[in-house]
Design a protein. Structure first.
Length: 263
């Protein structure tokens, strides 16, 4: 696979598939491009998809140094530069949504339309998950993994989809990279720059998301000028996969609206 070189020399692996208006798909914390495997093909009727492995994951370099969501955004720009893509839609979910906020605020000329899924502004204005959720995720071994699964998907879906589940983290990540990703996500705070976002923006969230509480969606939509808010009823964190039959067309219709407009 090709690699782009970020400003600090880190090599970032990326994948470009399909034809049409490009859309960058950004995965969650400590995940590689495989996060999108279950739904990526849904975009290819009208769009070229661009995914990449965050530094610390997959086939990208894994330096043991501080990471940040703003730094991940610069890595995305390096990928677009390497591909010769001037402007693209950007669809970020979970930590990828945090990265997408920085792209839209710092590099507005590179974005056609912005979609922020199951994400948060972070900082003091972000709504944190409950202590009970934190405790469940901190349990060692299979118990913690099961807790994460149940935060991602409903029991009904899990009963008929035994896995493997690509949203549970990149198993190849070294421990130092996992810690760096967690710190980057925890230190995220875009509240002051959200009003600078000028791209057409859709905020999407599962109504039953406890991993990243759904109240964050309203905070983002209220802070970004002209943003549209859509909650997916009954969905948990991985709404885009379990509820693809409703969330997918919602996203694709929004992208189609802005395929030829200016950002």
């Amino acid at each position: 696979m090709p690699h782009a070189k970020s400003a600090d020399g880190t090599r970032i692996a990326y994948w470009s598939q399909g034809d049409g208006t490009p859309v960058v798909l950004l995965a969650g914390q400590a995940n590689s491009h495989h996060w999108w495997d279950g739904v990526r093909a849904d975009f290819h009727a009208a769009h070229r998809t661009i995914t990449f492995d965050y530094r610390g994951t997959g086939e990208s370099d894994k330096p043991d140094e501080p990471y940040s969501t703003e730094g991940f955004a610069r890595d995305v720009i390096a990928v677009l530069d390497d591909l010769g893509v001037d402007r693209a839609h950007v669809y970020g979910t979970s930590m990828g949504g945090r990265v997408a906020q920085w792209i839209a605020a710092r590099h507005p000329q590179r974005i056609r339309a912005l979609i922020l899924g199951c994400t948060s502004p972070g900082g003091p204005h972000g709504v944190e998950r409950g202590n009970d959720v934190r405790r469940s995720l901190a349990r060692p071994g299979p118990a913690g993994r099961q807790a994460l699964l149940e935060l991602m998907y409903t029991p009904t879906w899990l009963a008929t989809h035994p896995g493997p589940h690509n949203t549970l983290g990149d198993p190849s990540m070294p421990l130092h990279a996992r810690r760096r990703h967690l710190a980057a996500s925890n230190q995220h705070n875009t509240w002051d720059v959200l009003p600078d976002i000028c791209a057409p923006t859709l905020v999407v969230h599962g109504s039953d998301d406890l991993l990243n509480p759904a109240a964050n969606a309203a905070r983002l939509a209220g802070r970004i000028p002209g943003a549209r808010l859509e909650l997916t009823p009954g969905a948990r964190h991985a709404y885009f996969e379990e509820f693809r039959a409703t969330a997918g067309p919602l996203v694709l219709d929004f992208l189609e609206e802005h395929d030829h407009g200016s950002a």
